[in-house]
Design a protein around this ligand. Structure first.
Ligand code: GDP
Length: 235
């Protein structure tokens, strides 16, 4: 885990694809690679009631969520299920672990924040996200994708508010991926980390498990680290 303010976050995140993955990363990446599509649901009531711990992926449209899921699972097309017409407002579930004994679910939640989306659709989004993040019993962790150049938007903050009580008391863990980090120089990277730390400030109570890392699909920054964190959440 990468605690907030840990200088390791910065050092590790500058790792390039030339660095060999550690055995811990290999194990975690082998696990994330087992992800397979399970089901899709347009309403919370349609989600299977399961005892499996669930990790939700959330973020603004275009933040790089699909790319991050595909990179983490080392599957080029996995999260594209979530981009097919008619499914963009759905919750898509993926199952991980041995086929005969799955141990974790990934939930890809609808991207948000498209200016063109009508008010009614926005309200519906808020309701679905709030309900999911507040009520989904099996929710174990949330991975929030934030474009590292844009930082946290109002909708990102709203979303964090929905889940803040559960993060604050430690029952739900949080990992922020500052995406597209390949577009930042060193100074901008540090600013992005500091900005995220400030945005998360109130959530980092003693009991909370909150981390963040720079992330890039292009130069593989943060992928091994993120896989290790997610694996640790459910193992
Ligand atoms: P989503 O809407 O959040 O699922 O976002 P996508 O995964 O579709 O990515 C949105 C855009 O950002 C696409 O054009 C991606 O190619 C681009 N993108 C995603 N991740 C990265 C990254 O790590 N580096 C760069 N440079 N571009 C990225």
């Amino acid at each position: 885990m990468m605690p907030l303010g840990d200088p390791m976050t910065e050092q590790k995140s500058s790792r390039s694809d030339e660095a060999a993955p550690s055995s811990e990363e290999k194990l975690a990446l082998a696990w994330t690679h087992t992800a397979r599509f399970l089901t899709t649901a347009s309403q919370l009531q349609q989600l299977p009631q399961t005892e499996l711990p669930e990790i939700a992926f959330v973020g603004r449209s275009n933040a790089g969520k699909s790319t991050a899921i595909n990179m983490l699972t080392q599957q080029r097309r996995l999260a594209f299920a979530s981009k097919t017409p008619g499914r963009t407002q759905h919750i898509n579930l993926f199952e991980l672990g041995p086929k005969t004994a799955p141990d974790t679910l990934f939930a890809d939640l609808p991207g948000y924040g498209y200016a063109a989306v009508a008010r009614g659709a926005k309200l519906r989004w808020q309701q679905v996200m709030a309900e999911y993040l507040e009520i989904r019993r099996s929710l174990t962790g949330v991975v929030l994708m934030v474009d590292s150049r844009l930082g946290f938007t109002d909708l990102d903050r709203q979303l964090l508010d929905f889940v803040a009580p559960r993060v604050g008391n430690g029952s739900v863990k949080l990992l922020v991926l500052l995406t597209k980090a390949d577009k930042l120089n060193r100074r901008e990277s540090n600013e992005a980390l500091a900005g995220a730390q400030a945005a998360l400030g109130e959530m980092t109570t003693d009991g909370a498990d909150v981390g963040m890392t720079l992330f890039s699909a292009l130069n593989k920054t943060g992928i091994g680290d993120a896989a290790v964190v997610l694996h640790g959440w459910t193992h």
